[in-house]
Ligand binder design. Structure first.
Ligand code: R1P
Length: 272
């Protein structure tokens, strides 16, 4: 069965759960699953139930699609995403993104836990992703292009929609929230970065580094969808002192920042 046929089958199964006029989806990163408290849930579908859908294997990723309402707007939320380091191929990592397109989603709000590379960042900071560097991760569009999914050579001059970034900044001002802004450097993981790698990422222009989001954004842009993405800075790997990073610390830092993150996402959804 081709990738496209699998997408069609999964989308056909999910169509029954999609509320009318659902145009926005949310992807919840590591430790950010508590955003589901903001959702007035109508349906929850575990990934195992969805034909051809991968399953979440990472702690802090719940593994279900949630259909519901946030701020009175119908949304689709992915509580748990897929990463290349889990052993998934590029088509599996972006499978949900393409399903979203088939279900009528126009705008995806993505989140992730990321390591701080910008020396002015602190643990718990929220960073609007204004751009990304994809060179150290796998481009999901490598291989024969299926024109039904998008064009062979997608433009990437504005992967993260400027108008959405503008709205997020206005929301932050209104709620007295400080948001950083920067470039997300995508890697495959699962190893956290070495000191030398942190330095290299810094020199190359990365402000934060993480193991997700970039392949998803590329697939979303390929499909003609709008993307807004925000990182929670969960550790500062670039600092010189003794600095061991664990996934448990990443989850804890993300959970601590989650209420502020949730405010931004909820209020952004309200405007869409
Ligand atoms: C490492 O702690 C994990 O947290 C981040 C990294 O990418 C990695 O998967 O997860 P998300 O990007 O899914 O938030």
């Amino acid at each position: 069965m081709t990738h496209y046929q699998k997408l069609i089958e999964a989308a056909a199964y999910l169509k029954q759960f999609v509320q009318e006029n659902t145009k926005t989806s949310v992807i919840l990163g590591s430790g950010l699953g508590n955003f589901v408290k903001e959702i007035e849930i109508v349906n929850e579908i575990p990934y195992e139930q969805i034909p051809h859908f991968p399953v979440s294997t990472v702690k802090g990723h719940h593994g279900k699609l949630i259909f519901g309402n946030v701020a009175g707007k119908p949304i689709l939320a992915m509580a748990g995403r897929f990463h290349l380091y889990e052993g998934y191929g590029k088509e599996e990592v972006v499978f949900p993104i393409r399903i979203m397109k088939m279900l009528g989603i126009e705008t995806i709000l993505m989140s992730n836990a990321a390591g701080g590379v910008n020396l002015s960042f602190k643990v718990g900071d929220l960073m609007i992703i204004k751009d990304h560097i994809s060179l150290a991760t796998k481009n999901p569009l490598i291989g024969a292009n299926d024109d039904r999914l998008g064009t062979r050579f997608p433009d990437m001059s504005e992967p993260y929609k400027k108008s959405l970034i503008q709205k997020a900044k206005e929301i932050a001002r209104e709620h007295n929230i400080t948001l950083k802004e920067g470039v997300y450097f995508g890697v495959t993981g699962p190893t956290f970065e070495t000191r030398a790698e942190y330095k290299m990422i810094h020199v190359l222009g990365g402000d934060a580094v993480g193991m997700s989001t970039v392949p998803e954004t590329i697939a979303a842009v390929h499909a003609g969808m709008n993307v807004f993405a925000m990182s929670v800075i969960t550790d500062i790997g670039i600092r010189e002192e003794e600095n061991v990073i664990t996934h448990e610390e990443v989850l804890e830092a993300a959970q601590n920042a989650e209420p502020i993150f949730s405010t931004v996402f909820r209020e952004l959804i309200r405007t869409l």
